[in-house]
Design a protein around this ligand. Structure first.
Ligand code: NAG
Ligand code: NAG
Ligand code: NAG
Ligand code: NAG
Length: 594
């Protein structure tokens, strides 16, 4: 697939010399590093120089003039004691708050013109113009960002990307530009359902009993649910039995899918036939974002799990599955704009451009926080704030690595061992879902990721709950985590033994990938109840959860999440960094916050 690399290296070197700029352009020559890695992101290796003509889809995230106002508005509409609680913002209201200052637009336009790019040719997601997209060859991007791109290879996923390990911007633009992509974010995004968690199939007799499954009484959760989880187990354990959604004309549950994971319609019907006969014939909506596909012959375990349990819990709430493109394979030597593999940005661009958005979302993907550049993570996290301000509840899996996977070494050159948080789980504007296992009692599952962000500060809404937990630790693990960071998970749900139909057969699946759609299904029911009662949907959940709803959770008080060679945090009474506030009791939550 690749041309001789020595020729390409020569071409790249010539391009670099050609990029020397005239002395007169001092304004744009005075550059400063915007982001640089001290070492190549783990798991990646340099492959070759890209062709200088290779087209990049460059995205420029401009500084939003009123970002503080947007965050304040998010907290006002999400704070149950604020007069504006539930008064979510429209697309136009959000766009107005995130528009760049005219000085920002002017400075960036002048810089683009200096590089012979017509600002009018850059398109923008919204009238706000806070993200500009332009198509430029690698040689031009290298000149603009004072950098050299490479083709990098990730052997484990057999994935190639065009990235750089460092990029710079004119000093003047640092106060105007938040982030430029694709640059230093080497996504190693993974689904929170590691392949190793596909458990041995259960004997058929145990799972092929729909009638058994649908007759479980809420007060008696059968012990079989501790190892073999079906929608009926969830209904019993989380106390949704008997609730009938009525606002299905407006209320919707969205599942964000990535990495060419396709949700199979026929598997969904098989799932209903076996585990939820009342839902037989119900279909989902497939939405394809940024070239995402919908290959019905190639069902993904993650996608099927997400839609089967999202809908299995919230039926008959309409479910939308978003298949977002931007993942490999792509051909580094083609000249068409690449799949840039910036998945969250592509999905958020798409969803924030809609005038109405689903009230509830679940996403079961993430990266190690330290592998996501801070500027990129901050920009994406702020886009989730926009979605929350619009009135959506956003769930993310916490991750499957306990307090950290692998050797837990930092990538800042010091190779210290620290607990490793996940992103977007660590973003303060999403609701992060950890994992549990077993019933009577339900306990923390040992892989449930939890901990403290090193990027995002502790939000006020969780201060009381989290500080109590931190105080109870004393000096335990001191130095291994950042006690002033955003702590997660916020909540939890079962994460083992999920019976998922894939390719016509039943697989038993584990991971916090099970927990997020399950919890989101319960939230979709709460949103239904609120809409039916003539109220606004819950929107951003964390403020009301921590302030008003703790009695609506089953507090998980045993189990821990080892990792990094340490025993990990322990689930205790109240909030903990393994299971958060606990697992949902829908009936009680309905009384508390609907
Ligand atoms: C945003 O939505 C408008 C109206 O539906 C559409 O014309 C435009 O192409 C969309 N932009 C993006 C970036 O999706
Ligand atoms: C701890 O978190 C705070 C808040 O996000 C951050 O400012 C600080 O840099 C972090 N410290 C370390 C050592 O990671
Ligand atoms: C939440 O709790 C506060 C008191 O802490 C109360 O004033 C408010 O009404 C509650 N909100 C809801 C929606 O229950
Ligand atoms: C389930 O919810 C109902 C309210 O709908 C409540 O009365 C009941 O106590 C709850 N069951 C359990 C086991 O918590």
């Amino acid at each position: 697939m690749f041309s001789s690399s020595s020729v390409l290296v020569l071409v790249a070197l010539l391009a670099q010399f050609g990029a020397a700029k005239p002395v007169a352009e001092k304004r744009w020559d005075d550059v400063e590093v915007k982001h640089a890695w001290v070492q190549l992101p783990k798991g990646w290796e340099y492959h070759s120089a890209p062709s200088p003509d290779y087209m990049l889809e460059l995205r420029i995230g401009l500084k939003q003039d009123k970002l503080d106002d947007l965050i304040q508005a998010l907290y006002e509409v999400s704070d149950p004691i604020h007069a504006k609680y539930g008064q979510h913002l429209s697309k136009e209201q959000v766009d107005a708050l995130v528009a760049p200052h005219p000085d920002t637009t002017a400075a960036v336009n002048e810089w683009l013109e200096h590089h012979d790019i017509d600002p009018a040719s850059c398109h923008s997601r919204s009238s706000a113009g806070e993200w500009l997209t332009l198509h430029v060859p690698v040689s031009k991007a290298e000149e603009m960002l004072d950098t050299t791109y490479g083709v990098y290879y990730h052997p484990k996923s057999d994935e190639y990307v065009v990235r750089t390990t460092s990029y710079s911007l004119p000093r003047e633009l640092h106060s105007h530009i938040n982030v430029i992509t694709p640059t230093t974010y080497f996504s190693t995004m993974r689904s929170m359902k590691a392949t190793s968690f596909v458990q041995a199939p259960q004997p058929k007799t145990e799972v092929n009993a729909a009638s058994f499954a649908e007759n479980i009484s809420p007060l008696a959760v059968p012990s079989s649910c501790g190892s073999t989880v079906t929608p009926a187990c969830i209904a019993a354990l989380y106390n949704t039995t008997g609730f009938v959604p009525k606002s299905t004309a407006t209320n919707k549950l969205g599942i964000a899918g990535y990495l060419e994971e396709f949700a199979s319609d026929s598997d969904l019907q098989t799932f209903f036939k076996r585990f939820l006969t009342t839902a037989e014939g119900t279909t989902i909506t497939h939405v394809q974002v940024n070239g995402g596909e919908n290959n019905q012959n190639d069902p993904g375990v993650e996608a099927n799990l997400d839609v089967q349990y999202g809908l299995g819990v919230s039926f008959p709430t309409p479910l939308i599955y978003y298949s977002t493109g931007g993942s490999p394979p792509f051909t580094p030597d083609s000249n068409t704009p690449s799949n840039t593999n910036e998945p969250y940005l592509n999905w958020l661009d798409f969803i924030l451009n809609q005038t109405t958005v689903p009230q509830t979302f679940s996403t079961s993907y993430g990266d190690d926080e330290q592998t996501v550049p801070l500027d990129y993570a901050t920009s994406v996290c702020n886009l989730f704030a926009q979605l929350g301000a619009r009135g959506s509840s956003i769930m993310f899996s916490s991750g499957d690595d306990g307090v950290g996977g692998g050797n837990c070494e930092t990538n800042d050159g010091t190779n210290r061992v620290l607990f490793q948080p996940n992103f977007p789980a660590s973003c303060p504007f999403v609701t992060t879902v950890g994992g549990t296992t077993k019933v009577n009692p339900e306990v923390a599952v040992d892989f449930s990721s939890g901990g403290f962000s090193r990027y995002f500060a502790q939000p006020t809404y969780q201060a009381t709950a989290v500080n109590k937990f931190v105080a109870s630790l004393g000096t335990k693990f001191s130095g291994l985590f950042n006690a002033s960071g955003r702590a997660y998970p916020d909540v939890a749900a079962l994460a083992e033994g999920f019976q998922v139909v894939v390719g016509g057969g039943v697989e038993s699946v584990a991971g916090t990938s099970c927990s997020s759609p399950t919890f989101a299904g319960v939230v979709a029911l709460l949103n239904d109840a609120r809409i039916t009662a003539g109220k606004a949907p819950l929107g951003f959940l964390n403020p009301i959860f921590y302030a008003n709803a703790t009695a609506g959770f089953n507090d998980i008080v045993s189990g821990s999440n080892p990792g990094c060679g340490q025993a990990g945090f322990t689930a205790v009474a109240g909030w903990d960094a393994v299971t958060g506030l606990g697992t949902p009791n829908f009936g009680l939550l309905e009384k508390l916050i609907v």
